[in-house]
Ligand binder design. Structure first.
Ligand code: HEC
Length: 163
């Protein structure tokens, strides 16, 4: 073979080697790139087990995390009860059935003369108690554990339901 022939073979093998080198290099490179991409998508700190977890399970886990503050809220001291809740714990004893001359909840006829006095008078009666012609109501309906705001909320609830 002459000089020209050698240089052709040398040239071809050089190109081939470069090709093989690039091919091997690429394959060696790919898993690392894929791993990095997954890391970006799934959070680089996640373990293999976390990465192969079904998507639904991941969602359940996050839903549980979101439920956490609700649990804490339940453990926190109870917030002020609303008018309906106060009515049902205390006022219901007399006002539901009209016991001891109490105006019945929802009875517009019985409530009309009370409502006519104005809300401020009704608040004062409920907070301090009232002696009426039909009967007497004890302060806060006999439940001193209620706050003034809770008693007023209950009055609002009863009046709204009875006029
Ligand atoms: C032990 C029975 C009893 C309970 C419990 C009770 N009440 Fe009364 N309430 C009465 C009676 C009796 C009257 C009627 C008084 C009258 O004739 O003016 C009355 C009247 C009222 C009036 C009208 C007051 C006025 O000046 O006309 C309001 C408002 C009222 N109650 C709110 C409440 C609320 C709010 C509660 C719960 C926190 C409650 N009551 C619980 C017996 C009760």
């Amino acid at each position: 073979m002459n000089k020209k022939g050698y240089s052709i073979i040398l040239g071809i093998s050089a190109v081939l080697m470069l090709f093989i080198f690039l091919l091997v290099g690429h394959h060696r490179d790919t898993p690392e790139r894929v791993r990095l991409d997954r890391g970006v998508l799934l959070g680089s700190g996640s373990s293999v087990a976390e990465r192969i977890k079904p998507v639904a399970q991941v969602n359940v886990a996050s839903a549980e995390t979101q439920r956490e503050p609700v649990k804490n809220a339940a453990a926190a001291p109870p917030r002020s009860r609303d008018g309906q809740q106060v009515y049902q714990t205390t006022c219901v004893a007399c006002h539901e059935a009209g016991i001891a001359g109490a105006p019945k909840l929802g009875d517009k006829g019985q409530w009309a003369k009370h409502v006519a006095k104005g809300l401020d008078t009704l608040y004062a009666s409920a907070l301090n108690g009232v002696q009426g012609s039909a009967g007497a109501m004890p302060p806060k309906g006999g439940n001193p554990g209620l706050s003034d705001a809770e008693v007023k909320a209950a009055v609002d609830y009863m009046v709204a339901r009875s006029k």
